[in-house]
Structures are given as C-alpha cells and as structure tokens.
Design a protein around this ligand. Structure first.
Ligand code: NAP
Ligand code: GDP
Length: 328
C-alpha cells in the first residue's frame, strides 16, 4: 500500500526553524534564556504556549505546524506535576499526555520535521529494579504505582519514536531528565514538585513564624537538575544527539540527596530559622530512582552541573522577587 506523502518542511535557505512546544513552562523559559545568550546564527527559534495551540487537538496542532513549518522540534508540552498531583489525576495524566504526544509526533512526521527531541522523566522507570538505572531499562517492569498514568504516557513516546523511525525513517528521539527545578517553576502548595513546593511552604512558615512541614519521612533520595543546565543539554541534544534511543540527563550518582537535605537547603536559602517537621502520614513516593549518566558522560565528559545549594538559592531569590506574578 502506498504511504501518504508527508508535507515537506519549508527550509528557509539553510536556516533551521526550531519550535519548542511547552515553551512557556519552566524548561521552555530556561531554553529561551539559553538561546538569547547564544544568539545562534542560522537558527530561528519559536516558543509555543497553550494559547498558540491546544496540542491535544490534532486540528490546532496541524495549524501551528503549518504556520511555522519547523525543521526541528523540542517537545516539552505536557501535563506536569509532583507526586501528590500524580496520585490524584492518574487518568488525566495518561490521557492528556497521550493526546499531546500523538498530535505532536504525528505532525512532526506529516511536516517532515528533520529531528524531534521529546522529554521523558526518570520517574517513568520501573519501581522494582537494580541501580543505577540506565536507558535500556525503561520498559523492564511496571512504574511506581503513584504516577503510573504519567509514566505510561511518557514511556509510549519511546515506543512512538521507534515506530516512526522503523516505518518512516523519522529521526525522533528523547531525553530523560531527573527531577528538574528552577525559575518559572510551578510553586503551588499541593500540586507542585518538592523543591518549589517547599520553597513556598518555607516562605509561609517564616512569614507566619510556624514550623516547616515536609511531607513524607524525608528519607527518599533524588537527583536534581537545575533547569538552566537542562536547557544547555537539550539544545545540545537537538543539534548533536542522533540516536533514536533515549539519553538520561542527570547529575552524577554521588550528587543524589535526601528530601531532608533538600528541605534544609531550602530553609537555608529562605533564611528560615524555625523547626522542620516531617509528616509521615503523607506519601514518600518512589524511594529512589538513581540514574546513571554514563551515556551522557561519553558525549560530554566535562559538562559542569550547577551546585545544588547555590541553584536553590537562586531559585529562592527569583521566587521572592517575582512573588506577585508567578504560578503559586
Ligand atoms: P511546566 O512548567 O508545567 O510547563 C508545561 C508546558 O506545557 C507549558 O508551556 C504549557 O503551556 C504546556 N502545555 C501543557 N498542556 C498543553 C496543551 N494541552 N497544549 C499546549 N501546551 C500545553 O512543565 P516543565 O516542568 O517545564 O516540564 C517540561 C517537560 O519536562 C515536560 O515534558 C515534563 O514532563 C518534563 N520533565 C519535567 C520534570 C520536572 O521536574 N519539572 C522532570 C522530568 C521531566 P501553558 O504555559 O500555556 O499552559
Ligand atoms: P517525584 O520525584 O516524582 O516523587 O516528585 P516530587 O518532586 O513531588 O517529590 C516527591 C518527594 O518529595 C516525596 O518523597 C515526597 O514525600 C517529598 N516531599 C516533601 N515535601 C513535599 C512537598 O511539599 N511537595 C512535594 N511534591 N513533595 C514533597
């Protein structure tokens, strides 16, 4: 059976047109900042928000691809949230993200995008596994039950990438960052990730002269990557990483920290001198998901990650400065 001819991307001379879905979120803003600093010649960058197109809708997605004719896509748009949002909205995480990924990747195929890099997450790895986790282990067993909706939708991107490559020869790949934090994060109290959630709670605790309540036991371990570092790595991946199989973007294994240590860094950043309490009635989530960055280190052996404590301080300063406008 003849395959339908994909629509050819318009290349303006040799100029690349790089389109970022989810360009208004934390990671998208960090990439925009990085591109402003680099001012790359021969690349035009477009940062999409939900207002440009609801990417759950194929018609709207096609229209935005038709408008910009990207040659390269960084696909970040997703329903995103911390452990406690994932526990509440499993069906929404699964469906919204499957719809978004289907529309974006199929349009990348239809419009002959030369390369698409999508964003997965280390929380999609199997719960029962051996450590450190590497790129080959994504599908080796069920994810942690707390976030299986998000995890299966994200795992499917890797399957989609392989299928589009094998059937149509598309160069679609993915990166797998660990827990990300930084400027423009979502600082809501309930639904955010741990660092922005604790920054907001600690700010309130200092203001109200109350203890800081950390959810769970404080014992789980995490590797955190500053959005600024992730942005540099994702821009590099779009230009240089040509495998279809994913690439973990993580700090070294010895940089893994406990939630208690992170809470202490947040308290230091806020200059909070009160007590830390641990509410063990709340979920700990996955105990750890220690990831290996050996594959990344083969490509970029000298890449310097930001110091965690300093990056948390920078995020706290940004939170205080932008308190009136930010997501909280
Ligand atoms: P974020 O700040 O919540 O940003 C999400 C972005 O997706 C926003 O630009 C949002 O647009 C857009 N979006 C959501 N639903 C959309 C829809 N239906 N149509 C169009 N756009 C939509 O998230 P982030 O933390 O930057 O995450 C970026 C990527 O990194 C995601 O793929 C996420 O899964 C992945 N990741 C994040 C972490 C983490 O710890 N944050 C860890 C690993 C991987 P609006 O602003 O217009 O709503
Ligand atoms: P995860 O890494 O995907 O589990 O996502 P999170 O960024 O939500 O981190 C969850 C871990 O931080 C769990 O061990 C929680 O018990 C712990 N934690 C402590 N306080 C908070 C908080 O205020 N918000 C969130 N989201 N997690 C918290």
């Amino acid at each position: 059976m003849a395959l339908p001819l994909p629509k050819r991307a318009r290349v303006e001379g040799d100029r690349k047109v790089c389109m970022v879905t989810g360009g208004t979120g934390m990671v998208g803003k960090a990439i925009e900042h990085e591109i402003k600093a680099q001012r790359p010649e021969g690349e035009k960058w477009i940062f999409l928000s939900r207002k440009d197109a609801d990417l759950r809708d194929m018609g709207a997605t096609r229209a935005v691809f038709e408008k910009y004719r990207p040659t390269h896509v960084l696909h970040l748009a997703a329903m995103v949230g911390g452990l406690f949002k994932n526990l509440k909205y499993k069906a929404d995480f699964l469906r919204e993200n499957m719809l978004i990924n289907d529309c974006v990747l199929h349009c990348c195929y239809e419009f002959q995008v030369q390369k698409c890099v999508s964003c997965l997450s280390t929380c999609i790895f199997p719960d029962k596994t051996t450590y450190p986790i590497d790129e080959t282990m994504i599908h080796d067993g069920p994810p942690h039950e707390s976030n299986f909706g998000y995890a299966y939708a994200k795992r499917l991107i890797d399957i989609q990438n392989r299928a589009y490559h094998e059937q149509y020869g598309c160069c679609f790949t993915s990166v797998i960052p660990t827990n990300v934090f930084g400027l423009y994060d979502n600082f809501e109290l309930e639904d955010s990730h741990v660092i922005p959630g604790l920054i907001h709670k600690c700010y309130n605790a200092k203001r109200d002269d109350t203890p800081l309540t950390v959810w769970g036991s404080g014992r789980p371990l995490r590797q955190f990557i500053f959005a600024e570092d992730l942005a540099k790595l994702m821009v590099w991946a779009l230009r240089e990483y040509d495998e279809i199989s994913p690439l973990i973007l993580s700090v070294d294994e010895d940089q893994e920290v406990s939630i208690r240590e992170v809470a202490e860094m947040v308290a230091k950043g806020i200059e909070f001198k009160g007590k830390l309490e641990f509410d063990s009635s709340k979920s700990d989530g996955q105990f750890k998901k220690t990831a290996s960055n050996a594959k990344l280190r083969k490509f970029l052996p000298k890449f310097q990650f930001s110091n965690l404590e300093k990056a948390i301080e920078e995020t706290v300063d940004w939170f205080i400065l932008n308190y009136d406008e930010l997501r909280r």
